[in-house]
Design a protein around this ligand. Sequence first.
Ligand code: ATP
Ligand code: MG
Length: 541
Amino acid sequence: MANNFIEAIVESDLENNVHKEILTRFPPEPNGYLHIGHAKSLCINFGIKQKYHGKCNLRYDDTNPTKEDVEYVESIKEDIRWLGFEWDKECYASDYFEQTYELALKLIRQGDAYVCDLSADEIRETRGSLTEPGKESPYRNRSVEENLRLFTEMREGKYPDGSKVLRAKIDMASSNLNMRDPVIYRILRATHHHTGDAWLIYPMYDFAHPIEDALEGVTHSICTLEFEDHRPLYDWVTEHCGFTNPPHQYEFARLNIKNTIMSKRYLKKLVDTGVVTGWDDPRMPTLSGMRKRGYPAQAIREFCAMVGVAKANSEVDPAVLEHCVRDVLNDTADRVMAVEDPLPVIIENAEGVEEIAVLNNPNHPEAGMHTIPFEKEIFIERADFAVVPPPKYHRLVPGGMVRLKGAYILEYVSHEEENGRVTLVRCNLIPDSKEGGVNASIKVKGVVQWVPKHGAVKATLNKYESLLVDEVDGNKQFDDRINPNSLEVTKGALVEPWIMEKEEGSCFQFMRSAYYKLAEKTENGLLFYRIVGLKDSFNKK
Ligand code: ATP
Ligand code: MG
C-alpha cells in the first residue's frame, strides 16, 4: 500500500505500464554536508527504490563551481551509506556538460534560445512582476546563425564573465515568471571540482536538471515545494530538447524543524565563524553531526517515516526526533550507573567486596548481565541527598532510607559538612535487603544510582542545547539567535568500572540521567556526549 501521494503515483504508473521500472534520484549540490532535511528526501527516493524494486541514482548537481568542493562530495556518500542506503549509479551533472551544451545548440537551431547581452540587473528589471508582463530583450530576435556563433564564442572564452547569457525563448508575458525567457547558460571562469578548467560556461539548474533526469532515464523526479512553479519550465525543457517518455517532477513539503537550521548556507556560516567545531559538531543538525553525537541511523529513518510526505509546509517539533532517538536507544543501549557530581558515602556495616550482577538492558534480558563491585565506600549523586529536602523529595535524607539500584537499602547514620557543603554521608545497609532477600520488601520510596570508589572511571560529559535560541520579539536575525550556551561541559563525573570494557562509539543509558555516547577513551579519563534525555516531552502531547 502506498504510504503517501508520491507512492500512490508510482503505483498507478506501474499498474498502467507507464514505466516498467522506477528510477528515482537523490540530487544534492555538493556545497555542504547533508542535514536532517536531506534525510527526508533520501528516505523518500530510496524508500521508493526499495519498496518498488526500482533503482535510485546519487547525482551530484554540480553546476555551481564556486561553491562546491570534493570534501562535500565525499561526505555525502559517507552520510548516505550511514543512513542505510546504497545508490545504483553515481552521477555528476558535470558529466553531461557536453550533452547539455549540444542540447543548447539544438534549442538555438530551433529558434528556442538566444544569446542576450543584458546585464543581470537589466534582466531582472525587464522581467516584470506578478501583475505586469516582462519586456522583451532587444537581443531576442537575433538570427540563428548569430546565436550559434555567439554561443560558441561564449564557450571559447571570447567574452568576459557576466557579459552574455543564453536565454530560452519562451514568453515574456507568461503568468509564470520562470517562463519569461529564463537564463539557461552563463559565463563563469571558475575551476570546477570535477571538470577542472574545461568549461567557461555553465548551465543553470532549471535547464540542467531536467536534462540530467532525462538522460539517466529517471521516471519520478522528486523535489521540494519551492520548485512547483518551475515545473512548467522543467516540462518545456524536456519537450523542446526532444526527449520521448520524459521524466516528471513531483513536489513535496520540505522538512522544517522548529529552531533548527536547515540551510547549508547558514550551517556553513556556523562552521566558518567557529561557532561549532565543524560540520560534524554534535550540535549540528547534519547527518555527520547526529552520527557523531550518537543518534542511531534507524532513529532518523523512523523520524522521516513518522513525519510523512505532505504537500503543505509545516514545522515539526524537535521533540519528535528526540522521541525517535530515545525509542531506538531504549532498545539497544546498555544501562550503566554514573554520577555527575559524586558525593562519598561510607557504608559502615559493609564488609569486603561483593559482586552485584545487573541486567545490561532490563527490556532485553538476552542482552546479558554485567557485575559491579559493591564495597564500603561508594559515591552517589550529590543531588540524591538533601539535608533540608524540598517537598516530594524521595531520595536520601537525614533519618531516612533509600535503595541503591541493584543492591541494598541504605539507612542514614550521619553526615559531615564543610562550609555548608555536605562532604560525606555515613549509612548502614540493611542486611538481606537486596532483591529477593527477606528484607527486600521494606518500603523505600527512592532508588538511586551509585558507583564503587574503587575502579570507578573519571569522565567528562558534554551536554548540548539548541544552537539557536527562540525568536525574541519577532527578531529573526540569525546572528542574534546563536545560543552562547549550546555546549556545557561537566568534569569530574564517575562511571562504573564495566565501562572500561566498552569501545569508543558505544551508546549507554546512564540510569536516571540520560543517554550518552562514549566518544573518547584516553589515559585521563573518558569523554561522553549526551545524546538525548530520558524524559519524553513528545509522548505527553
Ligand atoms: P540548502 O538550502 O540547505 O542548500 P538545498 O535544497 O539547496 O538545501 P540540495 O543539495 O539541492 O540542497 O538538496 C538535495 C535534495 O534534498 C533536493 O532534492 C532537495 O529538495 C532535498 N532537500 C533539501 N533540503 C530539504 C528539506 N529541508 N526537506 C526535504 N528535502 C530537502
Ligand atoms: Mg539546491
